[in-house]
Design a protein around this ligand. Structure first.
Ligand code: FES
Ligand code: MG
Length: 601
């Protein structure tokens, strides 16, 4: 039947299913089953685009559950513009509920969404996004299949409140843990305090991974301008759903595909926006993964080069004080991008889903509240991007500068001889169970001179990479007012945590990275100016330990509990390159390069 979709004259790819004169028998077979659902032959053969709505909300994913409501407005918009909506489920990924990690499921949801978008009669897709991993998995799949696609954020929850103060999702958990450890609240108070941060439907209302990735999706140009920050329950969110439905039909008519939008220029915009919003340390993992599936060159060094010097403008927890509703009212992503544009820090020509450029979308966007979104001239923090570090413990790791507190700076970074370097004694934990079991043991001798190390928490070791590198100090230190110690690890850190951590170390210990050679008692030197982290262990001894590790690891495979854990462990890359299924990357842009799938019968 040939590759009809490659030629513009060939029209919609759904015609190959529903109206293929070269194979009328198969057309009858395809049409029959969709008539069964209630669509008419007239509709199916009308030449209208069939638009898939990739539904990520469900009872298992409360963060995205409001998409079930929003999908009705998306359908209204699609029909209004002349399209036919078809909603289908996406493998559920909920960040806090999925054990051992939601990270494990990102690549699984990606794989299954690729098969769905590619293998069914869809001309375009609305990607419903929200909870942390639902966003990257959807964009990764859209990049691979490369049919017109637009993302719709579910939006953050309303602000949380407790006794007159804002309580933000995730962030309040770290604070509540400190209060519980210090005896300021009991367990009932702990639950009450944590639950106060989640007052409505929607995703985490802090600048955690969800708000970050939904903001970066807009910065990439993959969702409508101004759409990311709208709180889930607001009427504006429903209106945005309707507009998104209308827009995807226009995109199919214009043949505007992910490869037209997610260019290198778009990724550079997203990197800068990530610094300006104080985005999660999970962002480089996911954005690099999306770029690799799109076939766009993007590396961790780009994050340093383009993002490091961008100031922090958004005053949201955990780096600041406000929450999602405030972010929206202050102007959201367009206000931030408008400041970057005026500062000359935007790739102006990057095309977005609405057919306009990034610059055109945000040129007139005002900041409505300068306490929540600061003007570029009056930032919360200069140079707020990620620092990329390397040394004998890992080839790469990242550190988010915007969450390093003043107290931490005073304690650690104020050596007058060398203000950007410090040393400490390593206390090493093999996984979070080991940490929880021993952290309060006085025999470990943890004090202000200690650097806490977490290993065995990477994409292979955990598996999927656990958000466990942010470790609170022992209770006896918290009682003395020491609420944070520097942490290093091969896992991730929750985007809502405020501790000063060196994360995403690659290669991880389970891949025989340098962390596997480290022992409790070793001195570690962190030099932020030189971008180095090194164990101060003599070269001979370090080499000898390397041989030991190699022997110990021969035949060593962390025990898998499900088939997917085992499969993913064999195929995943490390955090620095997006922790993607390496075999999947070479299949980027399948719809263009490989044509349509063959008939099913
Ligand atoms: Fe789902 Fe935070 S846990 S958005
Ligand atoms: Mg998380």
């Amino acid at each position: 039947m040939g590759n009809r979709q490659d030629s513009k004259q060939g029209g919609l790819r759904s015609r190959a299913w529903f109206d293929n004169p070269e194979n009328p028998d198969m057309t009858a077979l395809y049409v029959e089953r969709y008539l069964n659902y209630g669509l008419s032959l007239e509709e199916l053969q009308s030449g209208r685009p069939i638009i898939g709505i990739a539904q990520t909300g469900s009872d298992l994913v409360p963060c995205n559950r409001h998409h079930i409501v929003l999908a009705e407005r998306v359908k209204d918009g699609i029909r209004e513009a002349g399209g036919i909506p078809i909603e289908f489920p996406v493998h559920p990924i909920q960040e806090t509920g999925k054990r051992p990690t939601a990270g494990l499921d990102r690549n699984l949801a990606y794989l299954s969404l690729v098969e769905t978008l590619y293998g069914y009669p869809l001309d375009g897709a609305v990607l419903t996004i929200g909870c942390d991993k639902t966003t990257p998995s959807a964009l990764m799949a859209a990049a691979t299949v490369n049919i017109p696609a637009i993302a719709l954020s579910v939006g953050p929850m309303l602000n949380g409140w407790y006794k007159g103060r804002r309580t933000g999702s995730g962030t309040i958990v770290w604070r509540a843990r400190e209060m519980l450890a210090a005896g300021e609240i009991d367990y009932k108070g702990f639950v009450e305090l944590v639950a106060s941060s989640a007052p409505s439907t929607g995703y985490c209302n802090t600048m955690g991974t969800a708000t970050t990735m939904n903001s970066l999706t807009e910065a990439l140009g993959m969702s409508l301008p101004g759409s990311a920050a709208i709180p889930a329950p607001y009427r504006d969110r429903q209106q945005c759903a309707w507009e998104t439905g209308r827009q995807i039909v226009e995109m199919v008519k214009a043949d505007r595909k992910p490869s037209d939008v997610m260019t290198r220029a778009a990724f550079l915009n997203a990197i800068r926006v990530n610094s300006a919003i104080g985005g999660s340390t999970n962002a480089p993992i996911h954005l690099n993964a999306i770029a690799r599936h799109m076939g766009v060159e993007l590396s961790l060094s780009d994050w340093e080069e383009y993002g490091a010097d961008v100031p922090l403008l958004v005053n949201l927890q955990p780096a600041g004080e406000y929450l999602g509703e405030d972010y929206y009212r202050a102007g959201g992503v367009p206000a931030v991008m408008g400041e970057l544009l005026r500062a000359g820090l935007l790739e102006e020509g990057a095309l977005t889903v609405n057919g306009r450029t990034a610059a055109e979308n945000v040129a007139e966007a005002p900041i409505e509240n300068e306490d929540v979104i600061r003007p570029f001239s009056r930032p919360l923090l200069e140079a707020a991007g990620l620092t990329v570090l390397s040394g004998n413990l890992f080839d790469s790791a990242v550190m988010k500068r915007s969450v390093i507190s003043d107290a931490f700076r005073r304690a650690y970074l104020s050596n007058p001889d060398d203000p950007d370097a410090f040393e400490g004694r390593a206390v090493v934990f093999d996984g979070p169970e080991d940490y929880h079991g021993r952290i309060d043991d006085p025999a470990l001798g943890i004090d202000i001179d200690t650097i806490l190390v977490m290993r065995g928490a990477g994409p292979i070791g955990y598996p999927g990479g656990a958000e466990v590198v942010n470790m609170r100090p022992p209770s006896y230190l918290i009682e003395k007012g020491i609420t944070a110690l520097p942490c290093i690890g091969d896992g991730r850190q929750s985007g809502t945590s405020g501790s000063p951590s060196i994360l995403n170390a690659a290669p991880e210990a389970a891949a025989q990275g340098g962390l596997a050679r480290l022992r409790t008692g070793d001195r570690i030197r962190i030099d932020l100016r030189q971008h180095r982290v090194d164990a101060l262990v003599e070269a001979d001894e370090w080499g000898r330990r390397g041989e030991e590790v190699e022997k110990a690891m021969a035949g060593f495979t962390p025990r898998s509990q499900t088939p997917w854990q085992e499969i993913q462990r064999g195929l995943t890359g490390q955090f620095d390159t997006g922790a993607v299924l390496e075999d999947a990357v070479s299949f980027q842009r399948i719809a263009q390069q490989r044509g349509l799938p063959r008939d099913s019968h």
